[in-house]
Design a protein around this ligand. Structure first.
Ligand SMILES: NC(=O)c1ccc[n+]([C@@H]2O[C@H](COP(=O)([O-])OP(=O)(O)OC[C@H]3O[C@@H](n4cnc5c(N)ncnc54)[C@H](OP(=O)(O)O)[C@@H]3O)[C@@H](O)[C@H]2O)c1
Length: 264
């Protein structure tokens, strides 16, 4: 299957590192013009450089803005008024004792992880529908369906993204625009590597460290290793492509079998 996204413009939120950056590289490598996003100009400029190098494409630009705020979203929409492919990848996560998460923290998680995506879908979907082609992919998590007790506020945002994806797919029905979510499982990003090292010790070689981590702390994974960001990106690039024209309103799993369910 040859995926050719030339002539398409894609915005990937939260792509200065981690999964978002891998998605940006994947889309640029498939020929799309990719707009990289993060909160600061400096980090975005570094990421543009990194994505260009990794994808061997010059079709990479940046749009800085904190998408958890109206002003930040306006700044991004100012430089990028229309896209064919929108990937909402930005997200924050952290552990907290459920009874100690206050109103402000619940709201912060909702604004950063959910409202940021809704704002951009609202801004871009009408144009996609009018042009008769578009792709929206929201990055959810195993925590959307297997809510961790120490991350209820995070899990809530990812469950919300599944609902948001399904709902906007209905709004786009029959238009040539698809809206989907990807349920990502435990993935080998910088933050997760630090977390693994903290739990199993810094001295083990990486392969042994992650094996130990999976066996002890993530036994439900059928993959028994962390997922590489490129493996999430592969699914997103496929969903963003014309080949995925019959897949909409879905939640696609790239979770290494982590969620013990036949359906998401
Ligand atoms: N890692 C995992 O194991 C895992 C598993 C399942 C799902 N996920 C999901 O996958 C997505 C990416 O995760 P990750 O681990 O790759 O994240 P990460 O390494 O922590 O990167 C987060 C990205 O989001 C950006 N960001 C944060 N807040 C932002 C805001 N308000 N406006 C714009 N950009 C913002 C950061 O950019 P700046 O700091 O430069 O602003 C950064 O590029 C998240 O939605 C996460 O929930 C991750």
């Amino acid at each position: 299957m040859q995926i050719d996204l030339s002539g398409r413009t894609a915005l990937v939120t939260g792509s200065t590192q981690g999964i978002g950056q891998a998605i940006a590289v994947g889309l640029a490598g498939a020929g799309a013009h990719v707009v990289v996003n993060g909160r600061s100009q400096e980090r975005v400029a570094q990421a543009v450089h990194a994505v260009r190098a990794a994808s061997r494409s010059d079709e990479v630009t940046g749009a800085a803005g904190d998408l958890a705020t109206e002003e930040g979203a306006a700044a991004v929409l100012g430089t990028t008024p229309a896209v064919d492919i929108l990937v909402n990848s930005l997200g924050i996560f952290g552990a907290a004792s459920p009874l100690e998460i206050d109103d402000a923290e619940w709201l912060r998680y909702f604004e950063v992880n959910v409202l940021s995506a809704i704002r951009l879908i609202r801004a871009y979907l009408a144009g996609m529908k009018k042009r008769g082609w578009g792709r929206v992919v929201n990055i959810a998590s195993d925590s959307a369906v297997a809510i961790p007790a120490e991350m209820i506020h995070y899990g809530m945002t990812k469950t919300s993204l599944l609902a948001v994806s399904r709902g906007f797919a209905k709004d786009a029905a029959g238009s040539g625009v698809t809206v989907n979510s990807v349920i990502a499982g435990p993935t080998h990003t910088g933050g997760v590597e630090d977390f693994v090292r903290e739990l199993v010790g810094a001295e083990l070689p990486w392969d042994e460290a992650q094996h130990e981590f999976m066996v002890r702390h993530r036994p439900q994974s059928l993959l028994q290793r962390l997922i590489e960001p490129e493996e999430i990106a592969n699914m997103v690039v496929y969903l963003a492509s014309p080949h995925a024209s019959a897949t909409t309103g879905g939640a696609l799993r790239v979770d290494g079998g982590y969620v013990d369910s036949i359906l998401p």
